[in-house]
Design a protein around this ligand. Structure first.
Ligand code: SF4
Ligand code: SF4
Length: 132
């Protein structure tokens, strides 16, 4: 394999920095919870497991797992998303949230993730959720 002048190392790559836009915490889709996630969030909130599940989660038959509720607002914001885009359970947020966007990301990440867009040299996105 030969390298072109454009791809010969080193070439500039901007590091990913989260811009706290909150867009990954809104939209269609689910935050799927593991037992460790449930235990961690219940502890942070000072709740028993059953209380936590009753208030903040529902059982999803097809996924065969508990998923977080959304706020039932227009943008389908996660139940734990604060107005300033911080996370109520940040200290113990679900593994799925911890792993985004470095360990998993949807194909359309450049449509909504401001940090990813900035790293790619793109202007801010028009979208405010993962799906709209
Ligand atoms: S739990 Fe926190 S990080 Fe995960 S989607 Fe909800 S607000 Fe976002
Ligand atoms: S969409 Fe990207 S930049 Fe925005 S809060 Fe999520 S990880 Fe951070």
């Amino acid at each position: 394999m030969t390298e072109s002048a454009d791809t010969a190392w080193p070439y500039p790559v901007a590091p990913f920095v989260c811009h706290r836009c909150g867009n990954c915490c809104r939209g269609e889709g689910y935050v799927v919870l593991t037992e460790e996630d449930i235990a961690g969030m219940a502890e942070v909130l000072g709740l028993e497991r059953a209380d936590f599940l009753g208030r903040y989660a529902k059982w999803n038959k097809s996924l065969r797992a508990h998923v977080l509720l959304d706020k039932q607002d227009e943008l389908k914001s996660c139940i734990f998303l604060n107005e300033d885009n911080t996370c109520v359970v940040h200290a113990s947020k679900p593994q799925q949230c911890r792993d985004f966007p470095m360990k998993w990301r949807p194909e359309n990440i450049l449509d909504f993730c401001e940090g990813w867009r900035a790293a790619a040299g793109l202007k801010p996105a028009a979208k405010k959720t993962m799906s709209q």
